[in-house]
Design a protein around this ligand. Structure first.
Ligand code: NAD
Ligand code: TYD
Length: 356
């Protein structure tokens, strides 16, 4: 039987965190989940409106950099598992303003590790088999040429302030295992897509602009490659790593779906044309594609080798990109009200009323 857990999820109101909490509620209903999220622009309480009444779930509005708060949660809830998603996550924002990335991604992770260390490793408070799962990215490995894959032994070579801050947090997490014996695991995943993704990232941004007949900005020559991972497949992998992973180990999670950006943008346009009809002038939405100035330091290609995860944990992705992108487009079309409140900013009024 799967272990009972008292899980501190950080950043659970963001894109991946909210999908994770929903999947846990469906598949591991006996787990206690405490969601610590400060509700930046990327955090949306409505992502979890379905499970708000669940007795096994508690939301705490707060900052992972707040040592006193984080320590009190370990104490009050007798946390035995941390799944650490909270981060500043958008590369473009890190290029124009790295400060928040350094603070949350590095200092925030350090604060959590310290709280876990003093709670779990301090004498009579020791929990049976505690686990700290640090969620990270393949971007820590840098950029690939036309061939090759990132494996768990690839040398770190981060190239944006975002990926440098995540690399730093990975090193801190690994150091707490080696130095103090804190039971840490790290997962490095590729680009996620699916329901509840904030429309600053490529797929929801293109969806939203394409449906509104707006320009579709493609950076550089559009031939940069990402390895797309459906968010529920990622969340399932995390649950399986919690069940079967080994402390001190890292696991790469990839979707096996390498696509150029222009392929992704074209597919979204074609699917939208088929589902809601072409533009009012009869043209395909592909006519909205506009090549724009490239991102500074734009990594060319990411691709993940998930052999370790397949062989040691038994996980593999359940959907192809073509299936996943259709599910994603259908979800956004069915949830345009969610998208509208995110675009016009009114999603923040909802929690401002609750936490005024
Ligand atoms: P997101 O930006 O959608 O959500 C981040 C969440 O963290 C938000 O709810 C936000 O309010 C919260 N948060 C930010 N700063 C905080 C702080 N100081 N204290 C408490 N909460 C805070 O991010 P996401 O796309 O869901 O990514 C989750 C994790 O997965 C991140 O660590 C990210 O680096 C990693 N990751 C994401 C992707 C991807 O494609 N989205 C790929 C690889 C790795
Ligand atoms: P993004 O979704 O920001 O994820 P990441 O930078 O973490 O990979 O971008 C995915 C790819 O799409 C990346 O190569 C940059 C590109 N891109 C565009 O071409 N246009 C856009 O408007 C955005 C947001 C991204």
């Amino acid at each position: 039987m799967a272990k009972q857990r008292k899980v501190l999820v950080t950043g659970g109101c963001g894109f991946i965190g909210s999908n994770f909490i929903q999947l846990v509620a469906e598949t591991r209903p006996s787990w206690r989940v405490v969601n610590l999220d400060v509700l930046t622009y990327a955090g949306n309480l409505k992502n979890l409106s379905g499970i708000g009444e669940n007795a096994a779930y508690r939301f705490v509005k707060g900052d992972i950099c707040d040592q006193a708060l984080v320590s009190s949660l370990f104490d009050q809830e007798r946390i035995d598992t941390v799944v650490h998603f909270a981060a500043e996550s958008h590369v473009d924002r890190s290029i124009v303003g790295p400060d928040a990335f350094i603070r949350t991604n590095i200092l925030g992770t350090f604060t959590l590790l310290e709280a876990a260390r003093s709670w779990w490793l301090a004498g009579d408070k020791v929990q049976a088999e505690p686990l700290f799962l640090h969620v990270s990215t393949d971007e820590v490995f840098g950029s690939l040429g036309e061939s090759g894959y990132f494996s768990e032994t690839t040398a770190y070579d981060p190239r944006s302030p975002y990926s440098a801050s995540k690399a730093s947090s990975d090193h801190l997490a690994a150091s707490y295992f080696h130095t103090y014996g804190l039971p840490v695991m790290i997962t490095n995943c590729s680009n996620n897509y699916g329901p509840y993704q904030f429309p600053e990232k490529l797929i929801p941004l293109i969806f939203n602009n394409a449906r509104n007949g707006k320009e579709l900005p493609v950076y550089g020559d559009g031939k940069n490659i990402r390895d797309w991972l459906y968010v529920t497949d990622h969340c399932q992998a995390i649950i399986e790593v919690l069940d079967k992973g080994s402390s001190g180990r890292s696991y790469n999670i990839g979707g096996n779906n390498e696509k150029t950006n222009i392929e992704v943008v074209t597919l979204i346009c074609e699917m939208l044309d088929a589902k809601i009809g072409p533009l009012p002038d009869g043209q395909s939405r592909t006519s909205l594609i506009t090549y724009v100035t490239d991102r500074l330091g734009h990594d060319r290609r990411y691709a993940i080798d998930s052999t370790r995860l397949k062989e040691e944990i038994g996980w593999q992705p359940s959907v192809t990109f073509e299936q996943g992108i259709e599910m994603t487009i259908d979800w956004y079309l069915a949830n345009l009200d969610w998208l509208e409140t995110v675009i016009d900013g009114s999603y923040q009024d909802y929690y401002k009323q609750m936490y005024a």
